[in-house]
Ligand binder design. Structure first.
Ligand code: 4AZ
Length: 303
């Protein structure tokens, strides 16, 4: 009886950090639904407006943005990590629940990175497939300031969701070649049709199906250096939730007319996201099962 209790306890402990609370996503608990007004350019984000936004840091300095998908997984851009892989495990950290870079508060949760899953077809020249998943060393605790976002199931789902408002957020520079912002910034943007974005006077055909353009035609609202890896998030009025529609990837400088921000289109990576997160969880589960069996046989031999 005691042995059974021990085994049950061990199983519960081993599996508890693998469960994610994905049934509740994309909800902000401190800020109301987006209003009907439009925002031109960036502004300070209200506290708790983007609870899935994280700062990915190298040696405690902001390096890139990221988005919380579950208590263990953060989505970011491959170009944020591929050159830094040698130092990734020891010097990278993920900071959640953060608003002011220089002053993390009581709401802040810091995690190190256990695993980096870069998309294997990432192309450093074209920026195609610029998505990477980070597995955290231990689970985040969801609070008013730390929440997961929702991800579209596929391209059709992205259309059905019929987004009313899209926003970009990050600590990135307010101008190309500028300095990082200390307070998290947000700006409302429009999703831009790929055909338009590929026009000769825009991006002249370099926007692949795995990318989505967002911004304003005038360039007045845009992401910039330091925003990379962070979310392009859109609000579904029907569901009263936010979805991560894009991962900040690249652009021709920042805020130029006809050169909007380019984002990795998450709906194109739904299968990859599911498989990558699932594979690690099943691998960890297999490891746990083996661990439990080994402990069980050790306990039995001692009896
Ligand atoms: C960058 O270098 C970068 N205007 C990110 C976004 C954009 C441009 C550059 C989009 O990280």
């Amino acid at each position: 009886m005691e042995l059974k209790a021990l085994v049950l306890l061990l199983s519960a402990l081993c599996l508890s950090d693998l469960t994610s609370t994905q049934d509740s996503c994309g909800k902000r608990l401190l800020v109301a639904a987006p209003g009907a007004f439009r925002i031109v350019g960036g502004r300070e984000a209200p506290e708790g407006a983007w609870p899935w936004q994280v700062s990915i840091q190298i040696q405690s300095r902001h390096h890139c943005g990221g988005t919380i998908l579950s208590n263990l997984w953060v989505l970011t851009a491959t170009h944020c990590c591929h050159k830094y892989l040698r130092i990734i495990k020891s010097h990278f950290r993920v900071v959640a629940g953060l608003n002011v870079l220089s002053g993390p508060g009581d709401q802040t949760q810091i995690r190190s990175v256990r695993e980096v899953k870069m998309h294997k077809d990432y192309n450093g020249i074209t920026s195609d497939n610029d998505v990477t998943l980070l597995l955290l060393s231990s689970p985040l605790n969801f609070t008013d300031h730390v929440q997961p976002v929702c991800t579209p199931h596929n391209l059709a789902h992205e259309f059905i969701l019929n987004f009313s408002h899209c926003f970009i957020s990050g600590w990135g520079s307010p101008s190309y070649g500028g300095r990082l912002m200390n307070r998290l910034q947000e700006a409302e943007v429009e999703l831009i049709d790929r055909t338009k974005c590929n026009l000769i006077t825009w991006y002249n055909g370099i926007i692949t199906e795995n990318m989505i353009c967002a911004g304003l035609e005038s360039g007045a609202a845009d992401s910039c250096q330091g925003d990379s890896g962070g979310p392009l998030q859109c609000y579904s009025e029907d569901e009263d939730r936010f979805y991560v529609v894009g991962v900040t990837s690249f652009g021709h400088e920042c805020g130029l007319p006809h050169k909007p921000g380019v984002y990795a289109r998450t709906s194109r990576f739904a299968g990859w996201l599911k498989a990558s997160q699932g594979a690690s969880v099943s691998a960890a589960r297999r490891l746990n099962t083996r661990l439990i069996s080994a402990l069980l046989s050790a306990a039995l031999t001692l009896l």
